[in-house]
Design a protein around this ligand. Structure first.
Ligand code: HEC
Length: 159
């Protein structure tokens, strides 16, 4: 018969092995979940800043040049932060509304992200003019990229 010390050692050794295997699995999906959380956060902050610009362009809120520029500058600063939120391994069904083609049609996805960056920088620049007749088309061009990308790369159940 094994000494109880030895059997305890064997048991704790096998528990350790099991938890190590579980840990390596979790590490992969943790990184994926963190990326999903990160990109959701960036999109939420972008959405927060787009919404008052939308209201001003739409005439639902009085146009305030300084506020508009502040929001446009923020979106321009956030746009380049999106790409790193879509690393390989961050397509986790049920956790993300990104479609799998974000990873399989990568060149097209990245081109849209680039366009988003360029147009958000353009809006920030144009917003300094304080001229709504110039700002409106630059704003419309920017949100067109949101629509184009969501249509192709995002599940339809939300915006
Ligand atoms: C290049 C592609 C692309 C562009 C451009 C883009 N989005 Fe998205 N957006 C996505 C994808 C993909 C998701 C799904 C992310 C996920 O669930 O992991 C998403 C999700 C979101 C979400 C939901 C986040 C959540 O927590 O579920 C919001 C809000 C959002 N986008 C707003 C916008 C707005 C506003 C713009 C434009 C000003 C924009 N997006 C531009 C691809 C894009």
């Amino acid at each position: 018969m094994m000494s109880s010390r030895l059997s305890k050692l064997i048991i704790s050794g096998s528990i350790l092995l099991t938890s190590m295997t579980a840990l390596s699995h979790d590490a992969a999906s943790d990184a994926g979940n963190q990326a999903i959380e990160y990109r959701h956060s960036v999109y939420h902050v972008i959405g927060w800043n787009v919404s008052p610009m939308h209201a001003m362009v739409d005439g639902k809120k009085a146009y305030d040049a300084a506020a508009f520029t502040k929001h446009a500058n923020r979106v321009a600063a956030l746009a380049p932060m999106l790409l790193e939120g879509f690393p390989p391994g961050s397509y986790i069904k049920g956790k993300t509304e990104a479609k799998e083609n974000v990873w399989t049609q990568r060149a097209e996805f990245e081109a849209l992200l680039k366009k988003f960056e360029t147009r958000s920088t353009n809006l920030a620049t144009v917003s300094q003019s304080g001229d709504l007749t110039k700002i409106k088309p630059a704003y419309t061009e920017l949100v067109q990229v949101c629509k184009d990308c969501h249509e192709k790369f995002k599940e339809k159940d939300r915006d």
